[in-house]
Design a protein around this ligand. Structure first.
Ligand SMILES: [Zn+2]
Length: 434
């Protein structure tokens, strides 16, 4: 199903012409309205009228999250505050948050982007959708909210937090679709199973619109079988707009970019040189219509790859693979690059442990050590020392086979590892902690 079929299936040549026209507009707009970009473009010797093709984007220096922080709060805004109608901010895990502003036009486009993604995932005006993202400064909830209203779905803005109440709404209101992070969807399912109501009370739930954190195929299978729904993934980040940058269609063979609004590139995270189609690298995104806070070649730090092959669904817009990890989350342990998602894949394939886990990295002497804390599904196993020891050995061996590193496995009781409503914090890096 399509929200804007003409655009979503536009022939690529025409789409690229539209992108070029909008890229020229964006570079000119940044140059004239954001002193940060005037300086940056001048230093790189790029004048707006020297952008003649999409290839010319490579001459523009990238923008980083640090640039947003250095210009906190409104330094990169291209419009005066009287034209900004909404502000969001991303949670600052270190230092100041990054702040973004939207004009009315930006909000319209945001809801169009979301409407496309929700319909591509299979949502319709018949759906009753529960939004279990936290409302507030985080872009996730309001992004989905307006997109779903735009397609005529019924939105339940229950937010996150009180899981039992969310489950009550789900049963009583006949919720058909759920918006949440994958880990929270799994936690909700666990909680539902622990209550006195049969799972058949949730049988109208048929669609999951998940995002905001990674989800391995194994975790997706668990969510789907637990809830009996069809899970889809969508992608975005507050700096670029929020969710709505890309999303899966029913083929689930990559996430379609909204390419008329966002121009993606894949580059080597170290050298920033372009990678070929189908090669993994860091995703850079240039906004093509944004007025509040336009960004040129924003470094997402997300590692993925892109294909421009046509999709069976009929959409012509490029598809990115699910994010493999973050270039700055990538853990380097004793010289080996690992992503938490790789460990997650190993854990999910082991029946006795739950998909909730935490990685603790330490430095002992000059060597890095990795501890993987995993939770048992059935805590009674803890009574048998022999069985626990065997399980620890098995997991350590599997991780060594897949990742080529040794690690210590700590097995904990079910429910011990903290559940996260937003992005799960999987890695505790203590290497620089004295
Ligand atoms: Zn498709």
């Amino acid at each position: 199903m399509f929200f804007q079929k003409d655009i979503e299936t536009m022939p690529r040549k025409q789409l690229e012409e539209l992108q070029l026209e909008r890229l020229k507009w964006t570079v000119d707009y940044c140059y004239k309205n954001v002193p940060f970009y005037t300086k940056k473009l001048d230093e790189a010797g790029v004048t707006p009228d020297s952008i003649k093709s999409l290839e010319d984007i490579k001459r523009i220096p990238p923008t980083t999250k640090a640039d947003l922080r250095d210009n906190y709060p409104f330094g990169l805004f291209a419009k005066p505050m009287k034209e900004i109608v909404r502000i969001h901010a991303s949670s600052g895990t270190t230092g100041k948050p990054t702040v973004v502003g939207y004009t009315k036009h930006d909000l319209d486009i945001w809801s169009d982007c979301m409407a496309r993604i929700c319909m591509a995932a299979g949502a319709t005006s018949e759906d009753i959708v529960q939004i279990s993202f936290g409302y507030g400064m985080f872009t996730g909830a309001l992004g989905l909210h307006y997109g779903l209203e735009k397609i005529g779905a019924t939105v339940i803005p229950n937010s996150s937090g009180n899981t039992e109440k969310a489950l009550m709404y789900m049963r009583d209101f006949g919720t058909t679709a759920l918006v949440a992070t994958p880990s929270y969807a799994l936690y909700m399912c666990e909680t539902a199973k622990s209550l006195e109501y049969p799972m058949s009370d949730y049988s109208r739930l048929r669609l999951g619109l998940f995002g905001s954190e990674g989800c391995t195929p194994e975790m997706r299978t668990q969510i789907e079988s637990g809830w009996g729904l069809f899970a889809t993934d969508n992608y975005g980040m507050s700096e670029l707009m929020g969710p709505g940058v890309s999303g899966e269609c029913r083929e689930r063979n990559g996430l379609h970019f909204n390419e008329d609004f966002f121009l993606p590139e894949i580059v080597d995270p170290d050298t920033l040189e372009a990678r070929d189609e189908g090669e993994y690298g860091e995703l850079l995104v240039t906004t093509l219509t944004k007025e509040g806070i336009p960004l040129l070649r924003y470094r997402t730090r997300d590692i993925t790859k892109i294909t421009y092959e046509p999709c069976k669904c009929g959409r012509t817009h490029a598809r990115m693979e699910k994010v493999q990890g973050r270039s700055d989350d990538m853990l380097k342990i004793r010289g080996v690059n690992i992503f938490p998602s790789q460990i997650e894949s190993v854990l999910i394939a082991i029946d006795q442990v739950s998909p909730h886990y935490q990685l603790v990295v330490r430095r002992e002497g000059f060597a890095d050590t990795l501890e993987v804390q995993v939770e048992l599904v059935d805590s009674s196993l803890l009574d048998s020392y022999g069985k626990i020891q065997q399980l620890q050995k098995d997991i350590a061996k599997k991780i060594q086979t897949v990742l080529g590193i040794q690690c210590k496995i700590s097995i904990v009781e079910h429910g011990t590892i903290e559940r996260f409503v937003g992005k799960a914090k999987r890695v505790i890096d203590l290497r620089n902690v004295k």
